[in-house]
Design a protein around this ligand. Structure first.
Ligand SMILES: Cc1cc2nc3c(=O)[nH]c(=O)nc-3n(C[C@H](O)[C@H](O)[C@H](O)COP(=O)(O)OP(=O)(O)OC[C@H]3O[C@@H](n4cnc5c(N)ncnc54)[C@H](O)[C@@H]3O)c2cc1C
Length: 359
């Protein structure tokens, strides 16, 4: 008989787990908001960069590539990556060059790619073509479609308020209704520690950090669609083409309580100032802005696996800044571990991300 599985959270983590589990189990996904993808998953920079993240994240990024390239015609399109360094930034620049596998290029080469770079202040340029854009809306729609085609359901406006376990089944109260299940998956993003406390599960601190984004018109009205994402050394800021405009992030990481995040003007100004320093054109207008919560465990590895204290309680949390690009492999691993299929992911990686490391 198929297991009943409740998934708490309708971001990319919950949706991907739902899609991968739905052929094998009866899935109900509970989402507190009126729509899925409302919080962090609707606010990402939508980049796939295989070399970005912890060793465990990189393994999951790699294992995600084939799904992202082939499912439903693929979700990736070319973007590329450029790193620009100024005087005094050599150490951080060299570290990024090594980690991100970048080639050093000349000022002329860089200018032929991004014509507004200020060569009077930039001293070094790194470049690679591997980074890609992810069509994140379509990716989440695809997970939803797969889940629904196997009979899974999504219930919105269903904020989980309490949980208890009797006779080997979970009882969950959400949005005034009661649900029961063999297994509960904690995919509540920034709220994952709160959900764990309700279940009497391990006390793992999943800390949300705010990251802000400003959108500005394309400089000089240029066609920026072919520009790579532009990074400051040590992930101090970035700028990325987005729908004919540029989005700029100060790459902020302010620890906050879980909430509906918004950007502060002062933080956005810092990001714009960093970008402004390396380009020749002034930023005159911000057309919109937003913020999202990147949530990390203390060691910055994902937390994925059955809880050590609460039976039938499964963690899928702490995706940090990589939850989109790693979501296919993450969802597959959730399904493999719950259904009992041999996982494709290496055992060493599975133990690095297991909640058991916090026992
Ligand atoms: C500015 C920014 C840029 C980013 N750029 C990238 C990028 O380029 N590439 C990349 O791969 N990743 C990126 N990320 C990270 C990525 O967006 C996240 O890792 C991912 O979206 C996390 O997904 P999630 O499902 O865990 O969380 P969320 O999307 O936040 O979903 C959690 C859901 O749980 C629900 N929930 C919470 N509590 C309850 C409850 N009690 N009952 C029911 N539901 C509940 C919430 O309403 C929410 O919808 C970025 C993030 C930010 C903020």
């Amino acid at each position: 008989m198929k297991q009943d599985i409740l998934i708490i959270g309708g971001g990319v983590a919950g949706l991907s787990a739902a899609a991968h589990l739905a052929p094998h189990a009866t899935i109900t996904l509970l989402e507190a908001e009126s729509a899925t993808g409302y919080h962090t998953s609707g606010r990402s920079a939508a980049l796939f960069e295989e070399h970005y993240g912890q060793v465990s994240t990189i393994a999951l990024n790699r294992a995600s590539r084939s799904f992202l390239e082939t499912q439903d015609g693929g979700f990736l399109s070319p973007r590329g990556f450029m790193l620009v360094g100024m005087e005094g930034q050599d150490k951080a620049f060299d570290d990024d060059m090594a980690v991100m596998n970048l080639d050093e290029i000349t000022a002329d080469q860089a200018c032929s790619i991004i014509p507004v770079l200020n060569h009077d202040v930039i001293t070094r340029y790194g470049h690679a073509t591997g980074a890609q854009d992810i069509d994140t809306d379509r990716l989440m729609q695809s997970y939803t479609k797969i889940m629904r085609s196997h009979g899974g359901q999504i219930i919105t406006n269903a904020r989980v308020e309490s949980m208890s376990r009797t006779d080997d089944r979970w009882q969950v109260i959400a949005g005034g209704n009661s649900y029961t299940a063999d297994v509960v998956i904690n995919a509540a993003g920034a709220w994952a520690s709160q959900i764990a406390r309700m279940a009497g599960a391990q006390d793992i601190c999943i800390q949300p950090y705010r990251r802000s984004v400003a959108r500005i018109p394309a400089p000089l009205g240029l066609d920026v669609s072919g520009w790579p994402i532009l990074f400051g050394p040590g992930e101090t800021w970035y700028a990325k083409p987005d729908a004919g405009a540029l989005i700029i992030s100060p790459a902020d990481e302010d620890p906050v309580e879980p909430h509906d995040a918004w950007a502060e003007d002062i933080t956005l100004a810092e990001g714009i100032a960093s970008y402004q320093e390396v380009v020749t054109e002034d930023v005159t207008r911000v057309t919109s802005n937003w913020a999202g919560l990147r949530s990390f465990a203390p060691d910055r590895n994902l937390v994925l696996g059955f809880d050590s204290l609460a039976p039938g309680f499964f963690w899928c949390a702490g995706q940090g800044g990589y939850g989109m690009q790693s979501s296919p492999a993450t969802g597959q691993l959730v399904a493999d571990l719950i259904i009992g299929h041999p996982p494709e992911i290496d055992a060493e990686i599975i133990s690095r991300i297991s909640p058991a490391r916090f026992d």
